[in-house]
Ligand binder design. Structure first.
Ligand SMILES: [Mn+2]
Length: 402
């Protein structure tokens, strides 16, 4: 059988509300044409309590998909009640996660008979004698993941192709917390491992088998990795191979502008030039999202505030422009730190002195993340235990928004 793997639709995502819907529809429609079974490893919705408008989008979408002819049928389910035999199988992600026992929005679609939710359960699909068993665990807090796998007690089906489906961060994907489960800690004996949560495509191995994350169908984080094209996987259980299929998605470009030793006019000119060439090179019919990140230290005698972003037309009808000043402010902050240092030390509080050293270190190491250095300092100094403070900072820096 062919399995379509579509993840992280994020219906209702406020910033790109229409994109979330149209791109989810494009992915599910294309995947359902190519696949016998559809599996969705979480984050169908962007938030726990979707507005009626967003629930309506989901109902419309899954109603249309579930009305298609599927030869494969659900023949076994270990969850409570089954309301459809169509092979559309999903788990709730971190964005839909609610307390133990509470109804989540994927359950609502399950109750409506539009899909089958396999949270901590197993579903078996059959087509002309071939069987696929999907074992699912919805997104849980990282520290509870190992225990949840154990409690689920999944035993692979000897007469089926077995899929283990989760919505979780693993250490190999984001090596920032000791709490994260390692990929080899996932149970053995499955033929395919499918994960959601990460919004860019991942192709790895787990116990010698494929471990796949298709990435989200809509742009959310505007980070470098999201410049790749959006899409879904089709996995063939006969050949143990898979292919990636693109969907029609809004193009995104992240452009880094080095402002080192440049004057404001040169900087705005190069931003303008980068924007124009990105627009010219856009081959899609959609307005591209162009994010500009400035790095480096401005020419002596100028301040970052002298960069006149107003001169760059941000409101234009052929592109969505976003310019981040984070790194520029950082330079400004370190300039201030130098001034502070130059002043007499006795006028400085211990904390201010600490911050000034911290900023200088960050600047020397070319810190360029979106969290402002002062906020990072606050998080790092908020807990007496070093490890907790570092973990909190790592979460804030790298786990936002997945
Ligand atoms: Mn997500």
């Amino acid at each position: 059988m062919k399995i379509g793997i579509v993840s992280d639709l994020h219906l209702g995502y406020e910033r790109f509300f229409d994109d979330a819907y149209t791109q989810a529809r494009d992915a599910l429609e294309k995947a359902s044409e190519l696949a016998d079974v559809l599996i969705i490893p979480g984050d169908i919705f962007d938030y726990r309590r979707p507005e009626p408008e967003v629930m309506a989008q989901a109902v419309e979408l899954f109603r249309d998909i579930s009305r298609k002819q599927f030869e494969a049928k659900v023949i076994e389910y270990t969850g409570k009640n089954l309301y459809t035999n169509k092979p559309i199988i999903a788990i709730p992600g971190t964005h839909e996660r609610r307390s133990e026992g509470a109804v989540d929005s994927v359950d609502v679609l399950h109750l409506a008979g539009l899909l089958v939710s396999v949270n901590k359960s197993k579903v078996v699909v059959e087509k002309s004698g071939e069987r696929i068993a999907v074992f699912g665990i919805g997104g849980v807090a990282d520290e509870r993941f190992r225990e949840t796998i154990k409690d689920a007690g999944f035993i692979p089906d000897a007469n089926a192709f077995n899929i283990f489906m989760i919505h979780q961060t693993l250490y190999e994907l984001l090596p920032f917390s000791k709490e994260f489960t390692h990929i080899e800690e996932l149970p053995e004996g499955f033929d395919l491992y499918v994960d959601g949560h990460i919004h860019s495509r991942v192709e790895m191995k787990c116990h010698g088998k494929d471990f796949l994350i298709p990435g989200s169908t809509v742009l959310t984080q505007l980070k470098g990795l999201e410049q790749e094209e959006k899409g879904f996987f089709i996995y063939d259980t006969k050949t143990y191979t898979y292919t990636f299929h693109k969907i029609t998605s809004r193009p995104f470009s992240l452009i880094k502008i080095d402002i080192e030793d440049k004057d404001p006019k040169t900087i705005t000119d190069s931003i303008q030039k980068a924007i124009e060439s990105t627009i010219i090179n856009n081959t899609t019919k959609q307005k591209p999202i162009i994010k500009i990140e400035m790095t480096g230290k401005i020419k002596k005698g100028f301040k970052p505030i002298d960069i006149n972003l107003g001169a760059i037309s941000i409101e234009r009808n052929d592109a969505i422009i976003e310019i981040t000043k984070n790194n520029v402010e950082e330079v400004k902050a370190s300039e201030e730190a130098e001034e502070i240092r130059a002043r007499r030390m006795e006028n400085m509080s211990i904390k201010d002195y600490g911050i000034s050293i911290f900023l200088e270190k960050l600047s020397n190491n070319k810190y360029s993340l979106s969290l402002s250095p002062s906020k990072l300092f606050d998080i790092l100094s908020s807990d007496e235990r070093k490890e907790t403070a570092v973990n909190n900072a790592m979460k804030e820096l790298f786990m936002d928004n997945n």
